[in-house]
Unconditional design. Structure first.
Length: 250
């Protein structure tokens, strides 16, 4: 097992053609789509609010047609977004089978204390299922922020939804890599439980960052320690193409 405070690397993307992709378009939706879940990751960008961009991938963004589906788990909308509520925020959006399963966004990152360009931030998102809908809550650097639900959920179970081969730091539209982002990502963890505010705070404050191997509900965990290995028991490995491992860490 990796030492509790042994985070020494992150994955750096050049914004030209770097990508780290999962083998299946249903990898992420199968991990989290059937019930409550939590997503946790660290990210660093030179520009958190991207000028003139409609939407860019912070974590992953994949879109397909026939049938139409979106799996946008962590995207940022720039100043060019048509919807003013999205500009400068981080969005979680899953659409498919005629349903909108979740569509939540943070406030503009420029308004959140502790967030500035060229700095690492910790992002967590907790989705709690109800009888026929979901509710979502974002946390930035361990603190809950106002979370805006742009569209009410139509259903709760999106396991098996396939929006194409999702990859980090890029947008894949209708099967083709489309836009690439220059940024760094680290310690991406997926849990099949809705973690409490105190657990999110512990994840943020517990190390630099800490090893989450023993945290309850872990179903996917990519530490970026010189490889794309999944440190959970599910072994959903990332194939890294072009991106490099760097000692710039949170």
């Amino acid at each position: 097992m990796v030492s509790r405070f042994s985070n020494t690397k992150s994955l750096s993307f050049d914004g030209v053609n770097d990508v780290a992709a999962w083998a299946s378009g249903t990898t992420l939706t199968n991990l989290i789509g059937a019930g409550d879940f939590t997503i946790s990751f660290w990210a660093k960008r030179s520009d958190w609010v991207v000028s003139n961009a409609a939407q860019v991938a912070l974590l992953t963004n994949a879109i397909t047609t026939s049938p139409y589906a979106i799996v946008a788990l962590g995207v940022t909308a720039g100043t060019g977004a048509s919807d003013a509520d999205l500009r400068g925020g981080i969005r979680m959006n899953v659409v498919g089978n005629g349903n909108t399963y979740l569509d939540d966004v943070t406030p503009n990152l420029d308004t959140i204390s502790g967030v500035s360009d060229n700095t690492w931030i910790h992002v967590a998102y907790v989705s709690t299922e109800g009888a026929n809908s979901r509710s979502g809550q974002f946390y930035i650097n361990g603190a809950a922020v106002t979370t805006t639900a742009n569209t009410a959920s139509d259903d709760v179970d999106f396991s098996g939804l396939d929006a194409g081969l999702a990859g980090l730091s890029e947008t894949k539209i209708f099967g083709n890599w489309y836009t690439f982002q220059q940024q760094k990502l680290d310690e991406i963890a997926f849990f099949n439980t809705a973690h409490s505010a105190s657990t999110i705070s512990d994840i943020y404050n517990g190390g630099t960052p800490r090893d989450e191997t023993s945290t309850a509900g872990l179903v996917g965990y990519w530490r970026m320690e010189d490889n794309g290995n999944d440190s959970s028991s599910n072994n959903n490995r990332l194939t890294v193409t072009g991106a490099t491992f760097t000692t710039d860490t949170p």
